[in-house]
Design a protein around this ligand. Structure first.
Ligand SMILES: Nc1nc2c(ncn2[C@@H]2O[C@H](COP(=O)(O)OP(=O)(O)OP(=O)(O)O)[C@@H](O)[C@H]2O)c(=O)[nH]1
Ligand SMILES: [Mg+2]
Length: 309
């Protein structure tokens, strides 16, 4: 079921890949084939690794391999699988030895943080974990309202403060409440910010610091939400946020809204950050643990020509 959702979400990317892939089958010169492969990689916004793949493909072709229909696709799938970084041991959110596990969620404005948090809370609740949420985005009254509505729907407790309060204080109260109530996981929402907003970036550091002071090892996970539609700019965002707070993984949101789903491939590769979860729509269930093999299948299946096993 999750796979079907992933497939539906990646429809636009897949359609474009398959269109370009059609040019790869049949009798073609090496130059033609490389040209078509370049189009596939560009189409899916695979990013910096494309050049490397093209060089490798050229070497293969010159050695007389990958010339038969379908072979190139099989090879490409294999290479992408080796490149894409999913969660370690398939577990996107290992729990701390002692509860609560604190998850800090960060990202630029509108990336999908709050929506992803709602989905994440549901995902945790489905695993029978008791989840508490802290609304450390205190800049806009609407931000707290949005989270309040989600938490009411989810039956999750929310720690919030008045509009304009110190976000680090809310984070602090969140840990205190999580400890007092015996929550398994505390998820902290933060305001969207750009790396150029020095005060806001410093505030993020403060939130992380306060969490760590209140609870050893917190935040145990800092997840960066990246909007998949931003394409390769996602790499730069990951780099800049990572300079401020140690990141543990990525939630790649809005994969359903992009024809450039390949950005996920380069984030892991360029930043060394695993993609932990993907967002595939606006509802609570449009969320999945990121699994590289599924992702590659969803990019290429169904195919209209034979693929190498
Ligand atoms: N299609 C689609 N839309 C999404 C997804 N995730 C979030 N959105 C939408 O993106 C918009 C922004 O989402 P938010 O969760 O409010 O983003 P945010 O990062 O919390 O925004 P700020 O708090 O303002 O920085 C909303 O309209 C969401 O419904 C997704 O996976 N797919
Ligand atoms: Mg938000």
């Amino acid at each position: 079921m999750v796979f079907a959702r992933l497939q539906a979400g990646l429809k636009r990317t897949r359609n474009r890949i398959q269109h370009a892939m059609r040019r790869l089958s049949g009798d073609r010169s090496t130059a033609d084939t490389l040209d078509a492969l370049e189009e596939v990689l560009y189409t899916a916004d695979v990013g910096p690794i494309s050049a490397e793949l093209l060089t490798q493909a050229e070497a293969e072709l010159k050695a007389g391999r990958l010339a038969r229909p379908g072979e190139m696709e099989g090879w490409l799938r294999e290479r992408l699988l080796q490149t894409i970084q999913g969660p370690d041991a398939g577990d996107p959110l290992p729990l701390a030895q002692q509860a609560p596990t604190v998850v800090l969620v960060v990202g630029v404005n509108g990336a999908g943080k709050t929506t992803s948090i709602a989905k994440l809370v549901k995902w945790l609740q489905d695993r029978k974990l008791q989840v508490l949420v802290a609304a450390a985005d205190t800049y806009r009254a609407a931000a707290v309202e949005q989270l309040t509505i989600w938490c009411e729907r989810l039956g999750a407790d929310l720690i919030k403060s008045q509009h304009g309060a110190d976000p680090a204080a809310v984070a602090h109260d969140g840990v205190e409440a999580a400890l007092a109530r015996g929550a398994d996981v505390l998820v902290v929402d933060t305001a969207g910010r750009l790396h150029t907003q020095k005060n806001l970036m410093a505030e993020l550091e403060k939130i992380a610091r306060v969490l760590g002071r209140k609870l050893d090892g917190a935040p145990h996970h800092t997840l960066l939400v990246l909007d998949a539609t931003t394409g390769q700019n996602a790499i730069q965002q990951a780099r800049l946020f990572g300079q401020r707070v140690p990141l543990s993984g990525v939630i790649l949101s809005k994969l359903d809204g992009t024809a450039k789903g390949g950005a996920v491939i380069s984030v892991g590769r360029e930043i060394g950050l695993p993609v932990s979860f993907v967002g595939l729509g606006e509802s609570l269930d449009d969320f999945a643990v990121f699994q590289p093999a599924e992702f590659v299948d969803a990019l290429f299946d169904p195919v209209d020509h034979a693929t190498a096993p």
